[in-house]
Design a binder for this molecule. Structure first.
Ligand code: KG4
Ligand code: ZN
Length: 342
């Protein structure tokens, strides 16, 4: 018996399956990068349409890969927010139909709780009994969120602070656009930064008064000004342009990383936590991961493929609710906007 997780909150149509002991059986993601790349960002209407086309194939493939049949599914877990409403509705309606037709429970999963759950995956198993990590600090860094959360258990969250403006992933995406590197910005900036000679421009870091809060809009504007000063307003050769892009990408990454690492470790100390769980798409960044691990022993990152949106993290979170019989009636499920924090 198994939990099938469906994720369609943004631009990935995804399905993952785990058995009731937490063993990973399959994880299929259909990316929409090619659909949105020409526009330099996600077009919500196109995202919903692509989900409609992809959802059947992705779920079918996940079931095949898990070597299961529909009758082996014990419950359907589905992201019910936060995210793009039109995208969420595709996954929700599909999950609703699937659960109703199989007469099995439906579980509504908060996307952010899904990301956090990915931190408990180790060696192909979702280790949901890893209680020794609590209390811990959870740093959620994605395209839409940058939050520091105090977690006392799987269901106990206290939001300590968040970004006042752009989310980190959003800043990566926008700076990438400024540099003409395309979408999604995170992976492409990381790649360009790898070839930097590290002469390192000093881009700003917003420390703010509260360690729990972040701001990235100033860094974004400073990156733009620097790009104009060093690249666009100069008559450079192709090689020189490439060098400048790499240096700028590297300096941007350093500023982001310094702020995230310094603030999160200070907050962990303040709350006497020995672990920081870092999750969300930006946690896929190797430089940020290394910076955390160099500075703080208890830094926990999911494997790269479980950092960006996926259905497996939704199945993992769903398993916790399944064990507690926390189900939603198909007729009651709705799009939920926020993480249920105190
Ligand atoms: O969690 P996610 O897949 O979707 C949301 O819930 O938003 O995160 C997507 C974000 C995008 O902004 C993307 O540029 C960023 O994660 N991202 C990265 C990397 N891979 C994805 N940012 C930095 N470095 C990466 N390697
Ligand atoms: Zn996400």
């Amino acid at each position: 018996m198994a939990i099938l997780g469906i994720e369609t909150s943004c631009d990935e149509t995804a399905c993952g399956i785990i058995d009731l002991d937490g063993n990973i059986l399959s994880n299929i993601v259909a990316s929409q990068i090619e659909t949105h790349a020409p526009y330099g960002g996600i077009i919500p209407e196109l995202a919903s349409r692509a989900h409609i086309i992809n959802i059947h194939k992705v779920v079918d493939e996940a079931i095949k890969m898990a070597k299961l049949s529909l009758s082996d599914i014990s419950a359907v877990a589905v992201t019910n927010g936060p995210g793009l409403a039109g995208s969420l509705l595709v996954g929700l309606n599909f999950a609703k139909g699937l659960a109703s037709s199989l007469n099995i429970p439906l579980i509504g999963v908060n996307h952010l709780e899904g990301h956090i759950s990915a931190c408990f995956i180790e060696e192909n198993r979702f280790n949901f009994s890893k209680k020794e990590l609590f209390p811990c600090i959870s740093l959620l860094i994605s395209g839409g969120h940058t939050e520091l959360i105090l977690m006392n258990d799987y269901d106990s969250y206290k939001l300590l602070g968040q970004t006042r403006d752009d989310a980190v992933g959003e800043a990566f995406d926008k700076v990438s656009r400024i540099l003409g590197l395309g979408y999604p910005g995170g992976p492409v900036i990381e790649k360009w930064a790898q070839s930097a000679k590290r002469k390192k421009y000093n881009l700003p870091k917003a420390w703010l008064q509260k360690d729990e809060e972040f701001s990235f809009s100033g860094l974004k504007t400073a990156s733009k000004n620097l790009a104009y000063e060093k690249i666009y307003n100069n008559n450079l050769s192709q090689e020189e342009i490439k060098d400048e892009i790499s240096e700028l990408a590297y300096s941007f990454q350093v500023s982001v990383s310094d702020v995230l690492v310094t603030k999160s470790t200070r907050v962990a100390k303040k709350y006497d936590c020995t672990n920081i769980l870092v999750s969300g798409g930006v946690a896929a960044n190797g430089f940020i991961k290394e910076s955390f691990q160099n500075k703080f022993n208890g830094s926990i990152f999911p494997e790269r493929k479980y950092c960006t949106d996926n259905g497996l993290m939704i199945a993992c979170r769903g398993l916790i609710d399944y064990k507690k019989n926390k189900f939603i009636e198909p007729k009651e499920i709705n799009v939920m906007p926020q993480l249920n924090v105190t």
